[in-house]
Design a binder for this molecule. Structure first.
Ligand code: 5GP
Length: 182
């Protein structure tokens, strides 16, 4: 495995991620077994690989849709201000909606999304995040399905980037602190 020099260490390898995604998909499939078609809403760009793998492992009828956000981040520092820049194609009203996020850090983004979607009166609304940095939480936001708890480091790979780089690494790795710290 060739690891770029900006990478500090690999936190989660391909097999570990695939195993956990299978478990999450089994749990979600069981939880929504009785519900009408589930609507997965992936948050671009970071969740695109997780969304693709998770959705293919679900054994229940479901639809996929996407949203995109602008988070006014400064490098690795989130300012907490979030804005929806691309909405779902389909209406979420009356649907069972599961928001699929790459990572919950301070919680501002997911908190904004849950409030935004709740206002549209879905039949149900839950959130699934591949990663969570609970130690950094600023907002007490509910995350119904969490893949992995990770430490307070900037991670890249499996959809996650730094300045739009490293997204397509097959594993999740911590970036060297000198690359993102200021
Ligand atoms: P929050 O609003 O919870 O602070 O941040 C959520 C968003 O910040 C995530 O959707 C992601 O875009 C970005 N983010 C937070 N931590 C990381 C990280 O370690 N790596 C990457 N690539 N993005 C992160």
């Amino acid at each position: 495995m060739r690891v770029p020099s900006s990478i500090e260490r690999v936190l989660l390898d391909e097999e570990t991620i695939a195993g956990r995604v299978r478990e999450l998909a089994a749990q979600i499939s069981a939880d929504y077994d009785d519900a009408d078609a589930l609507m997965l809403v992936g948050v671009l760009k970071g969740a695109f690989i997780f969304m693709a793998d998770l959705s293919r492992r679900l054994t229940i009828v479901h639809h996929v849709d996407f949203i995109a956000l602008s988070s006014y981040s400064r490098g690795a520092t989130s300012t907490g201000a979030v804005r929806l820049i691309m909405d779902t194609r389909a209406s979420v009203t009356g649907r069972h909606v599961l928001i699929v996020e790459d990572i919950v850090d301070t919680g501002y983004t997911l908190d904004y999304l849950l409030r935004n979607f709740r206002a549209r009166e879905p039949a149900s609304l839950r959130a699934c995040a591949l990663l969570s940095k609970s130690a950094r939480r600023q907002v007490d936001v509910p995350v119904d399905y969490v893949g992995f708890e990770i430490p307070d480091v900037w991670v890249v790979g499996y959809g996650l980037d730094y300045a739009d780089r490293f997204r397509t690494l097959p594993y999740i790795a911590a970036l060297k602190r000198e690359v993102y710290a200021r």
